[in-house]
Ligand binder design. Sequence first.
Ligand code: OAK
Length: 842
Amino acid sequence: GKEKWPRGDEKVWKEGSRSVNTDVSSVTKSIVNHVQTSLARQAYNLDNLGAYQAAALSVRDDLILNWNETQMHYTRKAPKRAYYLSLEFLMGRTFDNALLNLGLKDQYREGVTKLGFNMEDLLEQERDAALGNGGLGRLAACYLDSSASQELPVWGYGLRYQYGIFQQLISPEGQQLEQPDPWLAGGENPWELPRLDVSYEVRFYGTAERLPDGRALWQGGQEVLAVAYDVMVPGCYTKNTNNLRLWESKPKRGFDLNSFNAGDYEHAVESSNSAAAITSVLYPNDHTCAQSSISTLGKELRLKQQYFWTAASLADIVRRFKNIGKPFSEFPDYVAIQLNDTHPTLAIPELMRILIDEEEIPWGKAWDIVTNTVFYTNHTVLPEALEKWPVPLMEHLLPRHMQIIYDINLYVVEPSVEKKFPGDRDRLARMSLIEEGFPKQVRMAHLACIGNRKVNGVAELHSDLVKTTILKDFVEFEGQSKFSNVTNGITPRRWLDQCNPELSALISKTLKVDKSVWLKDLDMLKGLLPYAEDAEFRKEWAAIKQRNKERLAHHVETTLGLTVNTNAMFDVQIKRLHEYKRQTLNILGVIHRYLTLKQMSAAERKKVNPRVVFFAGKAAPGYYIAKLTIRLIVNAARIINADPDTRNLLTVYFLPDYSVSLAEVLIPSSDISQHISTAGTEASGTSNMKFCLNGGLLVGTVDGANIEIAEAVGENNVFFFGHLTPAVEDLRYQHMYHPVPVEEKCPALAKVLDKISGGMFGDGGVYEPLLNTIRQNDYYLITEDFDSYIGALEMVDQAYLDKEEWIKKSIRTTANMGKFSSDRAILEYAESFWSIEPVKVT
Ligand code: OAK
């Protein structure tokens, strides 16, 4: 017979079940409870860390209730779901975000205060979950927040790295040093649920034998276990709490007991170590594919990570689909899979393998299912970032997948290209999934592009460039309609309400709308526009910016022991160090400013607006030129900040160990921020959106999302400079074949370079390799844009003189940023790609 559910007395179950803590007294009870039992501590010996842990465990209980209900609800309703596969999720801290989304900030603040602690101190105890490099990983985190907030049935899938992005130290000489980030070392992570019962076996190596029926038998090799850890993702002011499932690798059965008993301890532990190694560390290479920057062994491990994660995620997705009891032909009606760049492209051959070899579906049908399920987002057109994997490595590690990739080439690419462009061998070679050479390589972007339903870029310009450059042949082949754009977005919860609570409160007060409403309908910010004319409002607006500057100054003072002039304009550039992002242009501009100030008379200097320039960002450990740029910034800062002639007018800081949490302090304080990539190189940028949402103005090139930001906020509120994308190719050609010396092309820049070479900032020889990138090829066109860059900064100075007008610009900028909410972006994915609908948990 059917088992009775629940077992025992239903009433007793009901009485025992608890609900979310909603008032201060249940909050304090729950915290005290966790202090006494979970932490086994007592009131008299509790420090901030302990208090944070207890409070976090209490919030965790609340999240679990909502998470449980959400998952049950989704299972019962069985709607179409979307899965966001990303090798990176740059989540940052969770505590404050969870409190905001649960609507419990005030209750916890009061409760914590009653227990004798300060909420700010507790918030500072949490370590960032930094499982990502930069833009792509942070975007994934914003999209999870928006999916939950918009009540969409979306899950994330990623890896549970033991070590996140390295911690950056800066030596006194200005060298970047890397330290591991053992973010889990502090004990239990309250934001995740270990699901030791959810696990899959993942195979590597071995042999794949084709069978006459079209299937293949893949066996032997190494098998490891993927174990699930679920991270709860609460929506804002809704019960919906989505799931981010992170996989951890484990040896299949402890370690090899046979070797162990035979005394071969090393061998016994070795295989278990090699399994555990798969999810041990996040690769710190941003915008560089594995080939160029890591060793052969490192390369194999990275490919292992990618397969381990896609295989476990797909097994999980397929199992969930099978539970619904529908035929596989309906798979695309229940499942959409979004590939966050090409890192999860193996999902395409892996799903083919499952359908063909395990589910015994014919090749053509399987291909239909795959290409109706998978979607691919491209995040860069930089050639060095396009992933390629050596065929020998693929054959060795994933023999069955290599067969399938060859089959796709043979059954799909070759015949249809031949049919559409008969005899066009060049085109076929260009489009092939395999690049000829020694060794041959698999082109992951081609595989991602051919094996899916929609391809998109992340801003208008970028999506156009995808279509006209790297995937041009595929557009001619498959038609325009498969290629589209979803301009990136950012979550206004973290990037306005949490990081700038005073501004958020002023907005609510002014709009006379509770933040629970406008934070989920960001176009409502437009209502601020009339207040730009209100002098009283402008005063409040400016006072908040000022307090945010003081908050940053306090942070710099307490962490670095440096004093910051809060009466200066704050000018910020924070992002990964990369030549295309041109931090070099910025520091050369700073030095130019310094030289100009030095030449001025004391009377002239009196008229100059003081400026503080902040830099932060990490360089990939093997990226020599990027590290030199950091070195130049640090040493220029040392000299400039110590000069009594200019000290009041210009100071420079490189803040070490950039992180999500540091961004949350920097962004609200900025007057201007710099987004100055060579035109056509920055796919979108997302910090540009964060600064503008917080009323900072933008200095930038006509690139990425800068363009759409300017369209939204008005070009008169943005400081644009530099050559446009169509000019870049020609200019590069000229630099290659008709080089003009810097002295001729740009005398102002030549002077700056000379000062550096001459030793103004320490041994000039150190910087030669960096300066030579400019003097020689100047691939990123610093000489071409320098004068107009300096011109733009002069315009900024001019504009800043008129304080009232500046504040108006700041208000208008914030007011017009509604479009850049990640809610808008995720709804575009949901509606036009995935065809999924909100499923509200009641
Ligand atoms: C990282 C590794 C490989 C390929 C791309 C990236 C990446 O982070 N790209 C960045 O993605 C962001 C989110 O779409 C964009 O805003 C940045 O412009 C882009 O560089």
